[in-house]
Design a binder for this molecule. Structure first.
Ligand code: BG6
Ligand code: MG
Length: 217
């Protein structure tokens, strides 16, 4: 039985969610907007452009397109500065064994990320070759919770959405998987990700029996 195993990137495979947060916080500080970790949950899985809009809405700030473009550029430059020395040590614990196991089982694997920086991150961490398909922020027009990114990924893998399994750390991403009729697996807080079919704190809690069962289902 073949399933499509679709992984989100930021906060699932690598701990880049913290870098996104730090970079957005700088912009928010500059604009005197209060931006907390709780607010940050709203940004997870959401595109760069939409993230800025959410921050500006939080601060009730209206801005010209020119200013927005400047902040979007600044945010990304700052974010990229955190990635310069990135290597395989930034792969979150437990992820690598799951990827390896899926490969051994001949299961199709895809990336389904909102990020436009996905490829260089997969390259730097040395896991690019694990992915049979990569769908990222450069390929989609509709952001999560729209299921577009995952639907394209399943299609590229030649698997029906009902047979796709999505690993996600964001509320928007879990919703996207659910809307796409896929099996959602939340990675993170059960309180935040309660809409997911299964929830784990991190990949170290996912054992091979669980994966075997998903394949059989
Ligand atoms: C998502 C992150 O994966 O990608 C968001 O969860 C981020 O925080 C989005 O804003 C877009 O990423 P990037 O790298 O294109 O700015
Ligand atoms: Mg994520």
């Amino acid at each position: 039985n073949k399933k499509a195993f679709i992984f989100d990137l930021d906060g699932v495979i690598v701990d880049t969610a913290k870098y996104h947060y730090l970079a957005w916080q700088k912009i928010a500080n500059e604009l005197n907007i209060d931006f907390t970790l709780e607010h940050n949950e709203l940004l997870k899985g959401v595109s760069r452009v939409r993230s800025l809009d959410i921050i500006l809405e939080l601060g009730k700030v209206e801005a010209s397109q020119e200013d927005k473009d400047k902040w979007l550029f600044q945010k990304n430059e700052d974010y990229l500065s955190y990635l310069v020395d990135m290597n395989e040590s930034e792969i979150l614990q437990g992820v690598f064994p799951v990827l390896k196991f899926l490969k051994e089982k001949g299961q199709p694997i895809a990336l389904g990320s909102a990020s436009k920086n996905a490829r260089p991150i997969l390259e730097k961490t040395g896991i690019l070759s694990y992915f049979d398909a990569i769908v990222d922020g450069n390929d989609v027009t509709n952001a999560k919770p729209d299921p577009e990114v995952f639907l394209i990924a399943a299609k590229l893998l030649n698997i029906n959405p009902e047979d796709a399994i999505v690993f996600e750390d964001s509320v928007a991403g879990v919703q996207a998987a659910n809307i796409g009729k896929m099996t959602s697996i939340g990675i993170g807080s059960a309180t935040v990700l309660h809409e997911a079919k299964y929830i784990f704190n991190n990949f170290t809690e996912i054992d091979t029996n669980f994966i075997e069962d998903l394949i059989k289902e």
